[in-house]
Design a protein around this ligand. Structure first.
Ligand code: NAD
Length: 346
């Protein structure tokens, strides 16, 4: 029987996760929630997803009818029709929602805007699918941490140990948050180390990592400048590191000079050219000519599409919680093939 999935919070991440779930043959969307009738409801209607209200309040539920949308009920009704809820509410609201999910007896997945201690368990497909098997609740780590996990975990698995320093050059705001700055300024994040490195250690504590972050005035993509110290006797070369990264799922390695993809704007244009919905890029983009191994020190750059790399991870996390796929690579392959088929990009 297909796993019935509720999406609580049909915003930037929620609408993407809903499409990715709907593409899977072993899952179905039980419904999605909006707080009030708004433009976002239109997409749910077009996709044929049952629309529910985020709250159980009767006045708020009937406001949907007034706004011209059919609302199937409040959150409790949706949870009663679901096996797993993917909470895509704004960061730091998950803690309150968890109590409702527990009361309904529904497994729950939170996003990276929640602190690790909401669930005391975090998830990244390549790092710790096993540790999440059968759990009641978890948190898919943030877009940046997902990016770090995709490339650093296989390096750590190859080398046996890894010490990493990383500078995160991060977008200041999502495309919809035009009220946020900085504008014409570069803003160092004055919390050192930034939360990103320690967050990776919630899914792979064996990697020793610290990070600094700088916000820059762009709305698309983050870039990581990574410096990793490999243990002596690692046996790698620049070329074999490139090959190792090239063979990882959800990682794209391209030569910037040859492809002329030298900026994040061109990476995003490529995603649009290859027909990805919303122009998303689920993969982490690594510049081949930015990889350099000098003795035991490895340098590379990678770019992260902040709105989408976590999307397929949520699908894998559903399989981990239900225990329906114990092998992370098998889940990743299934997830990605189904999304590609649904988007006609397979
Ligand atoms: P968003 O603001 O685009 O969407 C959030 C949705 O939740 C909205 O539709 C909002 O109306 C709804 N909502 C408001 N209060 C709610 C509540 N109490 N319960 C349920 N839903 C509620 O936010 P987003 O960018 O999709 O972020 C969602 C989560 O994903 C956050 O934890 C965020 O940190 C994380 N995340 C965001 C990005 C990104 O680039 N946007 C990347 C990775 C992870």
């Amino acid at each position: 029987m297909a796993t019935r999935v509720a999406i609580n919070g049909y915003g930037t991440i929620g609408k993407r996760v809903a499409d990715a779930v709907a593409a899977q043959s072993d899952m179905e969307i039980a419904g999605v929630t909006k707080t009030a009738p708004s433009f976002g409801c239109e997409l749910a209607v077009r996709r044929g997803f049952p629309l529910y209200c985020t709250f159980d309040d009767t006045a708020r539920i009937s406001a949907f009818d007034t706004g011209g949308y059919e609302c199937a009920g409040g959150l409790s009704k949706l949870l009663a029709a679901a096996d797993v809820v993917v909470d895509c509410s704004p960061g730091k609201t998950g803690g309150e929602n968890l109590a409702k999910y527990r009361q309904a007896g529904v497994k729950a997945i939170f996003q990276g805007g929640e602190p690790h201690n909401v669930t005391d368990l975090s998830y990244s497909s390549s790092a710790n699918h096993d540790a999440n098997l059968g759990a009641d609740a978890t948190r898919v780590v943030s877009c940046n941490t997902t990016g770090l996990s995709r490339t650093l975990v296989p390096l750590w698995q190859h080398c046996g140990s890894l010490a990493v320093e990383c500078t995160m050059v991060r977008r200041a705001a999502d495309p919809g948050d035009s009220g946020k700055g900085p504008i014409n300024a570069i803003k160092p994040v004055l919390k050192v180390p930034s939360h990103h490195g320690p967050d990776l250690m919630t899914v792979c504590p064996e990697i020793s990592i610290n990070s600094l972050a700088v916000a820059v005035p762009t709305t698309i993509m983050h870039v990581h400048a990574i410096v990793a110290t490999l243990p002596s006797g690692h046996g790698l070369t620049t070329e074999s590191v490139v090959e190792l990264l090239r063979t990882q799922p959800r990682v794209i390695v391209m030569h910037g000079g040859e492809s002329r993809i030298t900026t994040t704007a061109e990476v995003m244009e490529m995603a649009r050219d290859i027909g990805r919905r919303w122009g998303d890029l689920h993969e982490i983009f690594v510049w081949e000519d930015g990889v350099s191994l000098q003795d035991d020190t490895l340098y590379y750059f990678q770019a992260i599409h902040q709105e989408s790399d976590v999307v397929p991870e949520n699908v894998d996390a559903i399989r981990a919680l239900t225990g329906s796929e114990t092998d992370w690579r098998a889940s990743v392959a299934k997830t990605d093939a189904a999304i590609a088929a649904a988007q006609g990009t397979g």
